[in-house]
Design a protein around this ligand. Structure first.
Ligand code: DLZ
Length: 165
């Protein structure tokens, strides 16, 4: 199976940390909202399924994926937030924006994660067309939002492990 065909909602759940007291922020791009709303639902439900409480999940919207970095940075700066999940969809085949947005956001998310010393998860779909996006937002290949939330959970656990907690 190539990584492009991977079911994004199938993951190893052994040894997951207790996240009942962990706080998460989910930043959602409004571009391609029919898909990003599905990503949000997947991320939110995965956090709940694995132990987060509803009151510990905060959502913020940004206009497009390009704004995910700053939106996520604002949340990541807050001491009470343990991890931030950034969700967006940039259709590669439609515009040259892929060259600018995807690379900028990937680099931006990496930078703010390190600057703020906490997980900031890149949950941006970069498909060639809308059909591929839908397949990965609750369709045939699972949901990138699920995967992003699971990544946040695992990184929160690893941070505590490294800190000896
Ligand atoms: C302008 C633009 C375009 C053409 N395509 C997308 C896209 O496919 N996905 C997305 O999330 N955002 C897109 N945007 C909006 C930019 O991310 C950004 O909001 C604007 O360039 C304003 O900074």
């Amino acid at each position: 199976m190539s990584s492009a065909d991977k079911n994004l909602s199938v993951f190893n759940t052994t040894g997951l940390p207790d996240i009942s007291n962990k706080k998460f922020a989910i930043v959602v791009a409004e571009w391609n909202s029919e898909v990003t709303e599905k990503l949000f639902e997947g991320a939110y439900q995965t956090l709940i399924t694995y132990g987060a409480s509803e009151s510990n999940i905060e959502r913020g919207n940004v206009p497009g994926s390009f704004e995910l970095t700053l939106g996520a940075h604002w949340f990541a700066q807050r001491e009470d937030i343990d991890a931030v999940i950034a969700l967006g969809v940039v259709i590669q085949g439609e515009t040259k924006h892929n060259d600018y947005i995807n690379h900028a956001v990937a680099q931006g998310i990496t930078n703010i994660s390190i600057q703020n010393n906490k997980p900031v998860i890149f949950g941006v779909l970069t498909p060639n067309n809308m059909e591929q996006a839908i397949d990965r937002a609750g369709g045939a290949f699972g949901n990138k939002g699920d995967e992003a939330a699971m990544t946040a959970i695992k990184m929160v656990g690893l941070k505590d492990q490294v800190a000896g907690k």
